[in-house]
Design a binder for this molecule. Structure first.
Ligand SMILES: [Zn+2]
Length: 244
């Protein structure tokens, strides 16, 4: 019995059926329009009660079931290892960033050089997956910060991007999660993140537009309040990358 004492015209979640219908339609549209419901990745409290091994065993079984339903012959040499491979890839690789234990620990250094200008790390590879279709999002991230007295190793910027990318994602959320992590680690609001990415769910299905890419931005602190700072960042991002 629900706290309001009524079970008439409600489902197990306590919503009126009309609400659920509306909700279902909205959720469907959200999925196809790639709208995120929150900044935090929606994870349950028990998300890590199972070990990685247990998760892989379960996913392997379920993926085998999906392949069977599709009519694929799992005794075929080429296919029989696929359920295990997919399970391992999900847990250990492409969705490993769901686990907070995998978050890169960024060692902070004192800013000995008194370098208080902008630092831009551009062209960071982004390989993520759309949470609405579970197909790849492929692109580049450009991140920048102005040191508040702390700096981190350059490779840590890449690792932070990759950690949040290794989740079922929505590009807007990925952008904000990276920005928030940089703000927390670097102890400054002066952070900028731009992601330019292609969504395979847009190019290989749905509207099947192979040429469009999606740009999302997050500006904090001076990048938000100071036009010159923002323009400087965008100038660096648009310049050709240095040749090796
Ligand atoms: Zn999608």
């Amino acid at each position: 019995m629900k706290p309001n004492g009524t079970s008439l015209n409600t489902r197990s979640n306590g919503h009126h059926p009309a609400y659920d219908l509306l909700h279902d339609v909205t959720v469907d549209e959200m999925g196809d329009d790639h709208v995120a419901s929150s900044i935090e990745t929606p994870l349950r409290d028990d998300a890590f009660d199972l070990s990685d091994e247990a998760k892989m065993d379960l996913i392997e079984g379920h993926f085998r079931h999906i392949m069977n339903i599709l009519g694929l012959d799992l005794t075929d040499d080429s296919l029989k290892g696929t359920p295990r491979r997919v399970a391992k890839m999900y847990v250990k690789e492409i969705f490993s960033g769901l686990n907070p234990a995998k978050k890169p620990q960024a060692a902070l250094f004192e800013n000995k050089y008194q370098y208080n200008e902008m630092l831009v790390e551009k062209g960071i590879t982004v390989h993520s997956h759309c949470e609405h279709h579970f197909v790849p999002i492929i692109g580049r991230a450009h991140v920048a910060y102005i040191s508040s007295g702390k700096v981190i190793g350059l490779s840590k910027l890449n690792r932070i991007v990759q950690y949040f990318a290794k989740r079922p994602q929505v590009q807007e959320r990925l952008t904000v999660q990276i920005a928030n992590e940089l703000k927390a680690v670097l102890e400054t609001e002066d952070v900028a993140v731009v992601i330019d990415a292609r969504h395979l769910c847009v190019s290989m299905r749905g509207v099947q537009d192979v040429n469009s890419s999606t740009v999302t931005v997050h500006y904090g602190g001076k990048f938000k309040s100071d036009e010159a700072t923002r323009q400087e960042f965008l100038r660096h991002v648009s310049e050709p990358t240095a040749a090796l």
